[in-house]
Write a protein that binds this ligand. Sequence first.
Ligand SMILES: [Zn+2]
Length: 289
Amino acid sequence: MPELPEVETVRRTLNELIRGKRIERVTVSLPRIIQRPHEPEIFAAALAGHTIESVERRGKFLRILLDGLVLVSHLRMEGRYGVYEADEPVELHTHVRFHFEDGTELRYKDVRQFGTMHLFAPGEDLVLPPLNKLGIEPLNKEFTLQAFKKEVAHRSTKIKPLLLNQEYIVGLGNIYVDEALFTAGIHPERTADSIKPAEWTKLHEAIRATLSRAVDAGGSSIKSYVNGQGEMGMFQHELLIYGRKNEPCRKCGASIDKTVVGGRGTHICLKCQPFPKKRGSNAAKPASK
Ligand SMILES: [Zn+2]
């Protein structure tokens, strides 16, 4: 699933490619992608005649701002956008086509069919589902160390699922949580309330640095992710721990483990991310697969 850096890369590309284009009509061939309004015919009719003003992002969602409408799009597992000339052959799994007046088309392709689109009046989208409960943007100024700790530090939940929960901090998924926890030297199964002040500082820095570097590299191309122009991101070559099971740790040389935390495959270096032992007890041992 694309995470913040991948969605941000798609956003930047689309913003260049479709800003200023006027929609002539919309074709929906897989109704279930369209979540709001429920009827795809109403969705299509509402968009006709509107001009795209910019493409924004909130968490892992794209927000396509038009004159008088906001289209919220989530790529989920494998959704992709591409801009084509109208006479170019339509690829398999293309479910929504936005036909522009200039003879080009924005096409949404989604092999897994999990992606969603919601259409709102301006101002509605941020206060209604699916965007209304989203947490802090980690690359914005509001993501201070204090704000970060205020959201999560008091909780008795394991740190990895907390970081994945979009209600606290948005944009992080399995790849960048593993990367940030490794960089900060924190075991993913430690509870948030067991993490020390110096470790919060490291984790806060690691989240910002990891995401910023990944955005600069155009995201990570894992499995099928490509940006809006069909280009691959390059950050997968810089990943420190994700996808490196049994390979040597880049910090200490120990073999990287893969386990399951909160139902998600998790990469960890047990030497760099030790699980603190409780005195006189070994009841707090992390689950090992
Ligand atoms: Zn290590």
